[in-house]
Write a protein that binds this ligand. Structure first.
Ligand code: KIV
Length: 287
């Protein structure tokens, strides 16, 4: 990533030059800084934070206030990378004015570059409403985790012909409505490749194979910090969970055996002060 801020024009240029786009979720100041230092182009404040940071078993309970809190922290840590914040559960289906208010708060208070919205042709009018108002919108098709209950689980989407055609159509309609990019989650590689070819905007895949314009993974997944939950499309690049666990275990052990803090971690009083202080308490006895 160069020194310039990443914008939708940057991403479009990358698609045209076939330069892969690297996106990763970030939920706070340190994860944003580390991801940016590592060269990520886009930081997604995903509502996956509900699962990997807040401990819910889906993204459904995540609120706009949760999203704002985390988006503010991420934007403080990101200087160049584009920061996109998720609109939480069901927001895209509220009346237009409500959707606009929520998206505007993520930009005005959270300082996000734009928002991501889950959904297909049923939300195209809302996408258009936001983009006309100056809000960059990233679409999200395929497996849309906010609809996990309705979908019947975290299952691959677009596997039969009607579903694949619907998804392709939705991608084209989102582009027409003004979306600047689309996340495509858990669809067969061939369908993702076709969508990527058929739309002019960048397509960022997650569990969507090798031919998208970019890839996104959840921070805690690629660093093995999400417990036992490990979808098959995730690659673990470092076991940070193990590093952290070992570090904390060593600390706990040293505290228990009184080897921490050591001489180099403490400060001392001047000799004469020690005498005065200890002297002044001479004769005082505990009852
Ligand atoms: O919430 C999230 O982290 C996401 C990614 C999985 C794309 O939507």
């Amino acid at each position: 990533m160069s020194g310039k801020k990443v914008t939708k024009r940057t991403l479009l240029g990358m698609k045209q030059k076939q330069e892969p786009i690297a996106m990763i979720t970030a939920y706070d100041y340190p994860s944003a800084r580390l991801a940016e230092e590592a060269g990520a182009d886009i930081l997604l404040v995903g509502d996956s934070l509900g699962m990997v940071v807040l401990g819910y078993d889906s993204t459904i309970p995540v609120t706009l206030d949760d999203m704002l809190h985390h988006t503010k922290a991420v934007t403080r840590g990101a200087k160049k990378a584009m920061v996109i914040a998720d609109l939480p559960f069901a927001t895209a289906h509220l009346p237009e004015g409500e959707v606009l208010k929520s998206a505007a708060r993520l930009m005005q208070e959270g300082l996000a570059y734009g928002v991501k919205m889950e959904g297909g042709i049923e939300i195209v009018d809302k996408v258009n409403h936001l983009t006309v108002a100056g809000i960059p919108v990233m679409g999200h098709l395929g497996l849309t985790p906010q609809s996990v209950n309705q979908l019947g689980g975290y299952v691959i989407q677009g596997k039969d012909l009607p579903a694949a055609r619907r998804l392709l159509d939705a991608a084209q309609r989102l582009e027409e409505a003004g979306a600047f990019a689309i996340v495509l989650e858990c669809v067969p590689e061939e369908l993702a490749e076709l969508v990527t070819k058929k739309v002019g905007i960048p397509v960022i895949g997650i569990g969507a194979g090798r031919h998208c314009d970019g890839q996104v993974l959840v921070y805690h997944d690629l660093l093995a910090m999400a417990g036992d939950f490990r979808p098959s499309f995730v690659k673990v690049y470092q076991d940070a969970g193990e590093v952290i666990r070992k570090g904390i275990a060593a600390y706990v052990q040293e505290v228990k055996e009184r080897s921490f803090p050591a001489e180099n971690h403490v400060t001392h009083l001047k000799e004469e002060l020690i005498h005065e202080l200890y002297g002044s308490s001479e004769g005082e006895t505990d009852q």
